[in-house]
Design a protein. Structure first.
Length: 482
């Protein structure tokens, strides 16, 4: 594909390229109107909007058409969202050029008014280090007003994630399906790479077998050398699960999909940061059982609990840092974080999700978040469910037993508390760096930005089009409203 990069492009026609919006929707007649309305409020209007009505049993197609969107209804799709999108890409990509872009957007999503204009700029940034931008994802929050305790706990999590992305200067872990602008060239490159075996899974743009197709596509783009970024100006509002059950199965699918994607790609330069974060996640899960075991042993052996003033100060500092990190979420976020207990309970809830995801991945278990299988007699279905529950309990109990045994051995030998103290102090130092606005993992994770977006490019800078090709034409600057 090097010949495409070297092509001479007429600056008068290069422009920003066409932007086509694709919205996969399954029974979204209630929310699709809001998504389309947010597109109508963009400072840079899309050139075309396509709603993909996938196996809809409601008026999604009629509502979308009434609001001016083109509607494509899927035919024989059995691969859910990824399969629906791939059907449309088969029709769409042949009529687009490498200089065009496709905005993937969920039907329950609303975009900030400058989302498209800011994302388009990022697809055209100078290629100072030779890296191309394959996708520009949104930083997502709960749609306002956020309601209920479960909603606010999730929103606090997203506020912290947005802050983390800001410290990485926009480097994105996942190009979220809630809203991402893709280079057409990058999408074609992914499909080509899958067909010739350069990528481990899939046949189309999306891997229809992946549980989290957005995460898998991000890995595919990075494997091919593309940057994936989430600028702070690209804000997305999304609907949040409102029940414990809905949240549990959403996060189970996300976590298990992430684990399975990493297993498929293996250890590469692109996946090592992801693997490192998963290792840290599961070390955090294990640390809870380790700490409780050491604490219980200490209480039983000394018949008392001591509180040293320095450790109280460390605890207060950690609580302060966590509360400060959600200040942009408003006073409700600050109060919720300051109460401490709700977020501890939320973290333990997520730990249960991580444990089940790891167990299911190790067993290659079938999906547990969709409707129960109706195959077989009622007795056979009950036996399947019981076997699944037994397997999860067995594996997780075995893991906890190993951690407890290790904690007891460390406590008896006197190294448990020094080890815990080292980990707590390390976490405290990390929190202090975060509070100072620094990214202690920056040298490991790298940076997704190579220009400061508030400054105009230097005169004569070579900008990439949406497809990553060098052009001399500078995109028009779009003034911000207000």
């Amino acid at each position: 594909m090097e010949h495409q990069r070297d092509c001479r492009i007429d600056a008068s026609v290069a422009g920003p390229g066409r932007i086509v919006v694709v919205i996969p929707a399954h029974d979204e007649e209630i929310l699709i109107g809001e998504a389309l309305e947010s597109l109508g409020m963009q400072t840079r209007k899309p050139d075309e909007v396509i709603v993909v009505a996938d196996r809809c049993g409601d008026r999604t197609a009629e509502v979308a058409a009434a609001r001016g969107a083109a509607v494509i209804e899927t035919v024989g799709n059995v691969h859910r969202k990824a399969g629906a999108i791939d059907q449309v890409y088969d029709l769409l990509l042949p009529r687009l050029t490498d200089d065009d872009a496709v905005l993937m957007m969920d039907a329950d999503t609303t975009l900030s008014p400058t989302f498209i204009s800011e994302a388009a700029k990022r697809l055209r940034e100078p290629e100072g280090d030779g890296a191309r931008v394959g996708g520009v994802g949104g930083i997502f929050f709960g749609c306002f007003p956020v309601k209920g305790l479960i909603g606010h706990l999730q929103n606090n999590e997203y506020v912290r994630y947005a802050r983390e992305i800001g410290r990485r200067q926009g480097r994105s872990d996942v190009l979220t399906g809630t809203g991402t602008l893709f280079s057409v060239r990058a999408l074609r490159d992914v499909k080509r790479a899958r067909s010739c075996g350069e990528l481990p899974t899939g046949t189309g743009v999306y891997d229809t077998e992946a549980l989290t197709e957005d995460n898998e596509l991000t890995l595919a783009l990075k494997q091919l050398g593309y940057r994936c970024v989430s600028p702070k100006a690209c804000v997305v509002g999304t609907r949040l699960p409102t029940t414990i059950k809905g949240l549990f199965y959403q996060r189970l699918r996300w976590q298990r999909g992430a684990l399975e994607n990493l297993r498929a790609y293996g250890a590469t330069r692109q996946t090592l940061p992801y693997i490192g974060r998963q290792v840290l996640t599961y070390l955090g899960v294990a640390l809870v059982s380790f700490y409780l075991t050491a604490l219980t042993y200490g209480v039983l052996s000394t018949d008392s609990i001591g509180f040293a003033l320095p450790w109280v100060a460390v605890t207060v500092f950690i609580v302060f840092e966590r509360t400060w990190s959600v200040r942009r979420g408003g006073w409700r976020s600050i109060v919720l974080s300051g109460l401490v207990v709700p977020e501890i309970a939320y973290d333990l809830f997520l730990h249960s999700v991580y444990g089940k995801a790891a167990t299911d991945t190790a067993r290659d278990a079938g999906e547990t978040w969709s409707a129960p299988s109706r195959e077989g007699a009622p007795r056979e279905r009950r036996l399947r469910r019981l076997r699944n529950v037994f397997a999860v309990v067995f594996y997780e109990a075995a893991a906890v037993a190993i951690i407890v045994a290790l904690a007891l051995a460390c406590a008896i030998s006197g190294v448990a508390w020094p080890l815990i103290a080292f980990l707590v102090l390390t976490f405290t130092a990390h929190a202090a760096l975060r509070l100072a606005g620094l990214d202690p993992l920056g040298p490991i994770l790298g940076s997704g930005e190579n220009v400061v977006r508030d400054d105009p490019p230097a005169t004569g800078a070579r900008l990439q089009g949406f497809g990553g090709r060098d052009v001399q034409h500078l995109p028009p600057r779009i003034s911000q409203p207000g």
